[in-house]
Design a protein around this ligand. Structure first.
Ligand code: PEP
Length: 252
């Protein structure tokens, strides 16, 4: 049975004190609440990762990184490797976020390399993709999403898919307050499952968790999560408030 996941991407927010306090609050809030086949993940910025990992140890929260480099090690000033993440107890990494693609020029080809390095180091990958508004307006969104998934992931062997989580994040809905309708999310998630089934197998397609991301908040989470192919959310803004994040976890 595929797993439901609520993941919070803190982006470049929260200093050390705020990060520790937020993870503590979220941990407390889910403590007495059985999670029922649901994983809760938060992704702080690099400098706070180790402390947040320690702080979250006794809770059900898992910690992810927001990025990593594709090389194992070497002269890459300012970069962080997969092994460094593993060495501090991080087991999941977000790759392909639209902000990385847009502001840091991350291409499908580069992301495919990052995916390979992450998996080679036994990291699990939350792989993000999604169309910009112009693609949706010109009805090109299915093609864009298919090519991002194909280029980033379809070179993988079937057995790698147990360590892949997909996150459909229409760029026009990220941080804009505008959300894809539950029907738009379901339509795309169904399409994604079909292309994974075609390339691999129905079993793999049925097992992979597909998260929706883009202005999910307590007021809309339940409706989005009620769709059969939406297995949870990747949450930006609303993950910065323990109360809102908890309400979104409850919605699942
Ligand atoms: C995100 O950046 O992954 C995201 C979904 O952000 P927000 O929830 O703020 O739209």
């Amino acid at each position: 049975m595929r797993v439901k996941i609520v993941a919070g991407n803190w982006k470049m927010n929260n200093d050390m004190k705020a990060s520790k306090s937020l993870v503590k609050k979220v941990g407390k809030s889910i403590k007495n609440n059985p999670l029922n086949n649901t994983r809760v993940i938060v992704a702080p910025t690099f400098v706070n990762l180790e402390r947040v990992v320690k702080k979250a140890k006794k809770s059900a929260i898992e910690i992810a990184a927001q990025n990593m480099h594709f090389e194992e090690s070497g002269a890459y000033t300012g970069e962080i490797s997969a092994k460094m993440l593993k060495s501090i107890g991080v087991n999941t990494v977000i790759l392909g976020h639209s902000e990385r693609r847009e502001y840091f020029g991350e291409t499908d080809q580069l992301l495919a390399k990052k995916v390979n390095t992450a998996l080679a180091n036994e990291l699990e990958v939350i792989f993000c993709f999604g169309e910009v508004l112009a693609d949706r307006k010109s009805n090109n969104h299915f093609n864009v999403v298919e090519s991002q998934i194909k280029n980033g992931l379809f070179h993988l062997e079937a057995n790698a898919w147990t360590r892949i989580i997909l996150a459909y994040e229409p760029v026009w809905a990220i941080g804009t307050g505008e959300t894809a309708s539950p029907e738009q999310a379901q339509e795309m998630h169904d399409f994604i499952r079909k292309i994974v089934a075609k390339r691999y197998s129905q079993e793999i397609a049925d097992e992979v968790s597909i998260l929706y991301g883009g202005s999910v908040k307590p007021s809309n989470a339940q409706e989005i999560f009620s769709k059969p192919d939406v297995d949870g959310g990747l949450i930006g803004g609303a993950a910065l408030s323990a109360e809102d994040f908890k309400a979104i976890i409850d919605a699942i």
